[in-house]
Design a protein around this ligand. Structure first.
Ligand SMILES: C[S@@+](CC[C@H](N)C(=O)[O-])C[C@H]1O[C@@H](n2cnc3c(N)ncnc32)[C@H](O)[C@@H]1O
Length: 192
């Protein structure tokens, strides 16, 4: 998890990001790899049910505090590995949200299959990714920030990686200055 100072400067309004991504109120969703809850608190303020998952218990504790401070709605915190999603989440959800993490997933298709398994038909997988730009260019508070340049993905590469897992890229949202949101939708059995 990046340091708080530049993370808050980069993402001053997480609720606005959710609006830009078309994430409407009242959904049942998972915040996968939630970190310290920077987005979880905003999600929990508008969702009907949120499951926040992270492998690091210290992050979950910070997320729990942040959600409580925001006096947000129903949120469950689960320590676990993202690959084990189907075992961690008891019933299908409308949307899985994953911010600032996909670039580091060792086996993207394994993760995508796990996500697809817990989505309702037509459910969405929303991935917030760093733009594929040299790290030197993505500067916040005067310093280069974010993952190594070579790990960053073009939206087309993300779509190609996930298409075999029944997750189709529907559209891309520009999240200036340095990110994009990819909205992927689970196909129904009929749509393949
Ligand atoms: C860069 S942080 C992003 C946090 C948050 N999504 C955000 O954008 O503010 C990545 C998070 O992924 C978590 N993580 C890494 N590998 C994981 C795994 N295999 N399963 C679940 N969480 C994982 C880390 O503990 C960390 O909190």
């Amino acid at each position: 998890m990046p340091d708080r100072d530049w993370w808050s400067a980069l993402w001053p309004a997480p609720g606005r990001v959710l609006v830009d991504l078309g994430i409407e109120p009242g959904l049942e969703l998972v915040d996968l790899c939630c970190g310290d809850g920077h987005f979880t608190a905003a999600i929990a303020q508008q969702a009907s049910r949120v499951t926040a998952i992270d492998i690091d218990p210290r992050m979950l504790e910070l997320a729990r505090t942040k959600v409580a401070a925001a006096d947000a709605g129903h949120c469950t915190f689960i320590e676990g590995d993202a690959y084990d999603l189907a075992a961690l989440v008891p019933r299908p959800v409308d949307l899985v949200f994953m911010a600032n993490t996909f670039h580091g997933v060792p086996d993207p298709q394994r993760l995508a299959r796990a996500v697809a398994r817990i989505l309702k038909p037509n459910g969405r997988f929303v991935v917030v990714n760093w733009q594929r730009r040299p790290r030197e260019e993505t500067r916040v508070l005067g310093k280069p920030r974010g993952p190594k340049s070579e790990t960053r993905m073009e939206p087309a590469a993300l779509a190609a990686a996930l298409a075999p897992c029944a997750l189709r890229l529907e559209h891309i949202v520009d999240l200036a200055p340095y990110h994009y949101g990819a909205i992927l939708r689970k196909g129904t059995p009929e749509s393949g």
